[in-house]
Design a protein around this ligand. Structure first.
Ligand code: UD1
Length: 370
């Protein structure tokens, strides 16, 4: 029996690697990785395969950037050809990017079983592209693999049959736990001139934040203020870099002492800085979870999170996008007043194995007792 994994954008690679490794270790299923090419810069893609020990994709569709319709449609056309040729027994998709929804649509129309890893997350913001991708992908999936109980509850409320829902835990944390030791050995802090717990890590890339010039200027203003207190490491996403350049904000940022604008980092390099940060400020989804697993304070610069467990149990706070409110929260955390979190249930580094077991069972493959 054959499983096809779909990857395309940066946050996909650390989710597929543990599943791929677990299936490989069992040896009872064939598997192929298809890369859509949604992210194509070496720093947004290749470095993650190397860092995570994920073999290069067997098939690369080379789609690249475009409008939502253009990008999604091109992926669908190419994927359909591959699926017809490869005849997978199951297609496994992760997360909420355009590569995910493209694969979900093609798979279900070809009547191939579809599994969604990281099912059930909801921000309830329908204008967000990722929310549309989540809702549609879940609706079409035969297996809905959830990272936390809140996700199960969302799916049940939407009328999904409970027999399709499987709480497996957070697969991204498998990658984090298995990479931590390697990351800790990197000289990144030294190279950047930073002391453990003596700096802040910031990331921004949501279209709702960075494509809005006024909001972007406000958020960057906060980072410049924070940098007066503690160095801020700011790896700049390509989308954000483009907007900073268009708005002519580059020189002001580069001239701010303490604010270190750097290129997007590899997986291990980035983990080596987040794990030792005093504070992480972000609008990323994955980083909210990684900081929770690392018990590092995180301020999420968005109005909502689709990952409420990181707030209820973990070290995350959702602080919105009003600069005054974010500034106040950052000052509070830097003064030592922050929430100490716990690691959620089943974020234990074994989610990839649970998924591999589930796929074998779903496909009726009998495995030798391990
Ligand atoms: C995508 C995902 C988002 C995820 C993010 C992680 C969707 C709808 N969005 O957003 O959920 O959080 O990835 O990074 O799928 N670009 C490059 N090099 C690259 C890739 C992109 O320069 O390798 C530039 C292009 O100018 C492109 C822009 O970044 O137009 C945006 O890329 P795109 O894939 O459309 O969305 P992201 O903002 O990266």
């Amino acid at each position: 029996k054959k499983v096809i994994h779909i990857v395309g954008a940066r946050p996909n690679f650390m989710k597929v690697a543990p599943i791929h490794r677990a299936i490989s270790a069992r040896g009872s299923l064939q598997q192929l990785v298809i890369h859509t090419g949604q992210h194509y810069d070496a720093k947004m893609s290749d470095v993650f395969f190397a860092d995570l020990g994920l073999p290069p994709p067997e098939i690369h569709l080379g789609i690249g950037s475009g409008s939502h319709a253009e990008q999604t449609a091109k992926m669908m056309v190419e994927m359909e050809k591959v699926f017809l040729k490869e005849k997978p027994d199951l297609v496994s998709v992760v997360g909420d990017v355009n590569s995910t929804i493209a694969a979900a649509l093609v798979t279900s129309k070809l009547a191939i079983p579809l599994s969604h890893v990281e099912a059930g997350l909801r921000s309830f913001e329908r204008h967000q592209p990722e929310e549309i991708n989540r809702v549609v992908t879940d609706r079409l999936s035969d297996l809905l693999l959830t990272p936390s109980r809140d996700a199960d509850a969302n799916l049940l409320k939407e009328g999904i049959d409970p027999k399709h829902i499987h709480l497996v835990g957070n697969v991204m944390i498998d990658s984090l736990l298995s990479s931590k030791e390697k990351a800790d050995q990197l000289p990144t802090l030294k190279t950047l001139g930073l002391e453990p717990k003596g700096y802040v890590v910031a990331t921004l890339h949501r279209p709702s934040n960075v494509d809005n010039p006024k909001l972007l200027a406000g958020l960057l203003g906060v980072l410049m203020d924070v940098a007066k207190q503690l160095p801020v490491v700011f790896p700049v996403h390509p989308r954000t870099r483009k907007m900073i350049a268009e708005q002519g904000l580059g020189p002001k940022l580069e001239q701010t002492p303490g604010l270190k604008l750097v290129d997007p980092m590899g997986y291990l390099e980035f983990l080596s800085v987040t794990s030792q940060a005093k504070l992480v400020m972000t609008d990323s989804g994955g980083l909210q979870e990684e900081t929770t697993a690392l018990n590092v304070p995180c301020l999420t610069m968005r109005e909502q999170t689709e990952r409420p467990i990181t707030v209820e149990v973990g070290s995350n706070e959702v602080v919105g996008t009003d600069p005054a409110r974010i500034r106040e929260a950052a000052n509070r955390v830097l003064a030592g007043d922050f929430k100490k979190g716990r690691v959620p249930e089943l974020w234990d580094g074994r989610t990839g194995e649970r998924i591999a077991d589930l796929y074998a069972r779903f496909l009726g493959v009998v495995e030798a007792k391990r």
